[in-house]
Design a protein around this ligand. Structure first.
Ligand code: ATP
Length: 501
């Protein structure tokens, strides 16, 4: 694929109403995006497909919808308050702030060449790669600050407390303290009412484990699933919605008896990989990457990422693998920690065997925005077509799986007279009535209307013509094969309904 594919996808996303930059008329806000009319449908279809396949169609999984703001002690127990941070570095040459663990590796002591100030017309300078073994991702300089840990959680305050007033009242005492003591005192003042926007949905499932066990009468192996917004104050952001500060997760915590966890871990790795392929992702662009020992979180027994080969531009210009979903064996770490912190029993007693144990957890944690972006990138095609005898004709087409396509069917009157618009509108209403997203379009030649629908991935176009009114037949054109077939008008809803399953 040419390396400007991503640029074209971003441009199409904006032009056709999939993704807009947030607050664009104010100049935009870094790493925040809005979904337009077609994007919201696409993302909703991705979430619905996940919910249906992971929750509704399974007897062993139930759903949950937790609040975004939780008791702050949840984050103390989970380790997020102390450890959910990224190593942050500043480039002294171009002033870029970046994540040390994402920076291009280089040999310590080796020479590095970069431009003064990071400007393309800046003086060419020679430097040396420091002991940290990486350079600035923007200008390539090795002249960098020390790493410092930056917590990714967004802090806010709950209740009618204005900590600024308390700080103001104590400003004299604070000024008298040395740096570390002053920071500790400030943390104490702010901390009294501090709460956090959740950085993941998972903790909501752990703290509700007992509630679900008792109310839904579940027993391991069983899962609790949730979709919802999570927030991370990400330092580096790029590539449309791949890494944003506000995003949506689709997470499953699957509780199993210790000893059966390896088997379930394998099961969920395969099931989750197959899910993306089943919804049309090119298998060669999808991989399961097992974490190496040093990469594993301290509580995880094993972890694999489902990765997609995105057409992102990088130094090599060829796209790169990006994580869509992490599948982890979290052992009994979370339930044990919350049980110890609260004094509540979060074990399970199996009456038949009289066994008591704290379940192990297999966690497939996916991102709705990253999955949506992967489906969008994978669907994008530029094709040479010769459907009108014109060999040089090109079309841009989004080959979405019909389950994901934002619009399932478009209905066109061949001409804007003779009762054809009314008939087309009637068919659109029948499709919508059956819960099928359908659209009416009468503008321009039918060929142009096809192209417009190809560009947003509509699988079926139906054209009402003279025969529709006289003989009750209609022409259906398939997006992918561009083949046309004639069916009875009375069959339209069943025909489209069957093919979008
Ligand atoms: P990364 O290494 O890319 O920062 P992560 O391993 O921290 O991701 P998890 O904590 O495992 O991510 O979260 C589960 C899923 O949530 C990810 O696989 C991804 O799809 C999604 N996700 C995480 N962070 C973001 C983000 N900043 N923007 C969009 N989606 C995200």
């Amino acid at each position: 694929m040419p390396t400007d594919t991503m640029k074209k996808i971003v441009s199409l996303a904006k032009r056709r109403g999939f993704v807009f930059q947030s607050s664009e008329i104010y100049g935009g806000l870094k790493a925040c995006y809005d979904y337009g009319p077609l994007g919201v449908e696409l993302k909703r279809n991705v979430k619905n497909a996940w919910w249906r396949d992971v929750v509704t169609q399974r007897a062993d999984v139930v759903g949950l919808d937790c609040s975004i703001i939780m008791h702050p002690d949840v984050w103390k127990t989970s380790g997020h308050l102390a450890g959910f941070s990224d190593p942050l570095v500043d480039c002294k040459n171009c002033k870029e702030r970046f994540r040390a663990d994402h920076a291009p590796r280089a040999t310590a002591g080796a020479e590095c060449i970069y431009r003064e100030g990071g400007k393309s017309d800046g003086k060419k300078l020679k430097g040396v790669v420091g002991a940290q073994g990486y350079v600035c991702p923007v200008c390539g300089s090795g002249d960098l600050s020390d790493e410092r840990q930056f917590n990714l959680m967004f802090r806010t305050n709950l209740g009618a407390v204005d900590y600024l007033q308390e700080i103001s009242a104590q400003i004299g005492d604070l000024a008298a303290l040395d740096g570390a003591a002053r920071m500790a005192k400030l943390h104490e003042i702010v901390g009294k009412s501090a709460v956090y926007l959740r950085p993941e949905t998972a903790q909501g499932m752990f703290v509700n484990f007992k509630n679900v066990l008792d109310s839904a009468r579940m027993k391991p192996p069983f899962g609790i699933a949730q979709q919802g917004k999570s927030y991370r104050n990400e330092i580096t952001t790029a590539n449309l919605t791949f890494r944003t500060c506000e995003f949506e997760q689709m997470e499953l915590e699957f509780f199993v008896e210790p000893g059966t966890d390896d088997e379930w871990f394998d099961y969920w790795q395969k099931t989750r990989r197959d899910w993306y392929v089943g919804l049309g992702i090119t298998p060669e662009k999808l991989r399961l990457r097992a974490h190496e020992k040093k990469e594993l979180a301290h509580y995880a027994k094993a972890c694999s990422d489902v990765e997609y080969f995105f057409p992102f531009e990088n130094a090599a210009g060829e796209g790169e693998w990006g994580e869509l979903e992490g599948i982890a064996n979290r052992t009994d770490y979370d339930l044990s920690k919350h049980a110890a912190a609260t004094g509540k029993d979060l074990s399970y007693f199996e009456t038949e065997t009289k066994k008591r144990y704290t379940p192990y957890v297999i966690e497939p944690a996916a991102g709705a925005d990253r999955a949506t972006l992967a489906f969008l990138c994978d669907a994008y095609r530029e094709e040479k077509v010769a459907d009108k005898g014109n060999e040089d004709d090109f079309r841009t087409v989004l080959k979405f799986h019909p389950r994901l396509a934002p619009i399932k069917a478009a209905v066109f009157p061949l001409v804007k007279k003779d009762g054809m618009p009314e008939k087309a509108a009637e068919i659109v209403a029948a499709l919508q009535d059956a819960g099928i997203a359908a659209l009416y379009d009468h503008a321009g030649a039918v060929g142009r209307r096809y192209r417009r629908m190809d560009e947003v991935g509509t699988p079926f176009c139906l054209t009402v013509d003279g025969d529709t009114l006289e003989k009750g037949t209609i022409t259906v054109r398939d997006r992918d094969t561009m083949r046309q077939e004639i069916i009875a008008v009375g069959e339209v809803v069943a025909y489209v309904g069957e093919r979008i399953k």
